[in-house]
Design a protein around this ligand. Structure first.
Ligand SMILES: O=C(CO)COP(=O)(O)O
Length: 142
């Protein structure tokens, strides 16, 4: 299994941002509340989520991928397998059926296979982002 040892120590954290439709407002709000921390990181996002966040916060270094149901979740899964991500923030909607449920499951599975820090809800995202920043910088600027 590949690990991230080859990554430069001073390189920014690489984080994927994903949200189901019912959680998109929530993730945009969450990013806004953590801008101080998040400015230090680089991002990819599934198409619609990434587009929403980029529009709200153009200063963030964020690359939108395909929309989740059209392969974006799988792109992020591939990046995890290739050791190209340090964390996944995925605001899931647990109350709606998803046509691409298999892709969502595959993404979650790969995050676990590669022991990638992953949050699936707002409070867990708060803790994951602080933990990741503490681990990398030894301190956090809230
Ligand atoms: O469906 C998603 C994740 O499973 C999110 O995709 P979008 O950000 O393109 O809506």
């Amino acid at each position: 299994m590949q690990d991230n040892d080859s990554k430069e120590d001073d390189a920014p954290l690489r984080i994927a941002l994903v949200a189901h439709d019912a959680k998109k407002d929530d993730i945009v709000d969450w990013v806004g509340k953590h801008l101080n921390l998040l400015r230090k990181a680089t991002f990819v996002g599934t198409g619609t989520t990434g587009g929403r966040i980029k529009k709200a916060f153009p200063e963030l270094d964020l690359t939108p991928l395909f929309s989740g149901p059209l392969g974006g979740d799988q792109q992020i899964g591939a990046m995890i397998a290739e050791g190209k991500l340090d964390g996944l923030i995925f605001f899931v909607d647990p109350l709606s059926p998803m046509p691409h449920d298999v892709d969502v499951k595959a993404l979650n599975r790969l995050a676990v296979v590669y022991d990638l820090p992953m949050a699936q809800s707002r409070r867990s995202a708060n803790m994951i982002i602080r933990g990741m920043m503490m681990e990398k910088y030894g301190t956090i600027d809230l």
